[in-house]
Design a protein around this ligand. Structure first.
Ligand code: ZN
Length: 288
């Protein structure tokens, strides 16, 4: 177990550094804010989120997985599947159920108060990947407990999905400009930076799309896919919270507990919307 954890932590760290270098080499979107203060906030939130997660989500989910394995409880435990099929089905089902969980974080006002802290980052790069309010990590423990317990995933499945999930999260938040044809191909299977960029748009109906984490299939199946927005036309963030002082450590920590502003209106009071030209390609077509 110790070996598996440290090996997966090294994989995550190596991918983080690789994406960081690629962002410097071929950036996708031009940042609005200075790098230093923004990264300081994101690193602080990441540290808090990782500590919270390693004390709650990880032991609870792994405990649930070990419990279901020992007792033969949960969907995948009652089906007579060989190991590889249980692993593959477990990964797919964990990713599908996380799609629903992410969607719930957008549609339930109480959950959105916390998840909003991730979305109001005014720029998007690999430092946004784990910038979550620790409160969101705390309450997601309940989801992970139900997910691992009811699906009956093996501890090995949980650990494999955890590495996949973390690497996918970093990849989709990264600000790297892949050749668009290559990204269209990869996006047939995986969530990619341009696709997830739309999920961080300052236009509400664009943020409320593209909820998948590893496989883009779930958004295609649920018709929540929106790829036909040019990255150059995207403003990243939540318009009600786009003033520089909104993205500081203490206001962000307090944000879920304060009176909420109108999320989808600019500070001027004007609603954020996009006037799409008539000749726009369909939502399933990834634009440059
Ligand atoms: Zn989201």
């Amino acid at each position: 177990m110790t070996f598996q954890f440290s090996a997966s932590a090294w994989v995550v760290l190596a991918i983080f550094l690789l994406l960081f270098c690629l962002e410097a080499w071929r950036p996708l979107r031009r940042p609005k804010r200075a790098w230093g203060p923004r990264w300081a906030v994101n690193v602080a939130f990441t540290a808090l989120a990782l500590v919270t997660g390693s004390l709650t989500v990880r032991p609870v989910a792994l405990g649930a997985a070990a419990w279901t394995e020992a007792r033969g409880f949960g969907l995948l435990e009652v089906l007579p599947l060989p190991f590889w099929a249980q692993l593959a089905a477990g990964i797919l089902l964990m990713d599908l159920t996380f799609y629903y969980w992410h969607r719930l974080n957008h549609t339930r006002p109480l959950l959105w108060r916390f998840h909003n802290v991730h979305h109001l980052d005014p720029d998007l790069d690999v430092s946004t990947s784990f910038r979550f309010h620790f409160g969101e990590i705390l309450y997601s423990t309940l989801f992970r407990l139900l997910q691992a317990g009811l699906l009956g995933v093996l501890p090995a499945t949980y650990l494999t999905y955890e590495v996949l999930f973390n690497c996918a999260t970093m990849f989709q938040h990264s600000n790297i400009r892949l050749p668009v044809r290559l990204e269209r191909l990869v996006n047939k299977v995986l969530v990619t930076p341009r696709m997830h960029g739309v999920h961080h748009s300052a236009v509400g109906r664009e943020t409320n799309s593209n909820y998948s984490v590893v496989f883009s299939l779930w958004d295609r199946l649920h018709r929540s896919l929106r790829l036909n927005i040019k990255q150059a036309d995207l403003v990243i963030g939540v318009p009600g919270y786009l003033l520089p002082r909104d993205n500081r450590l203490f206001p962000l920590l307090a944000l879920p507990f304060t009176r909420q502003r109108r999320y989808w209106r600019w500070p001027s009071g004007k609603a954020s919307q996009r006037l799409t030209p008539a000749a726009t390609p369909p939502p399933s077509w990834l634009l440059e």
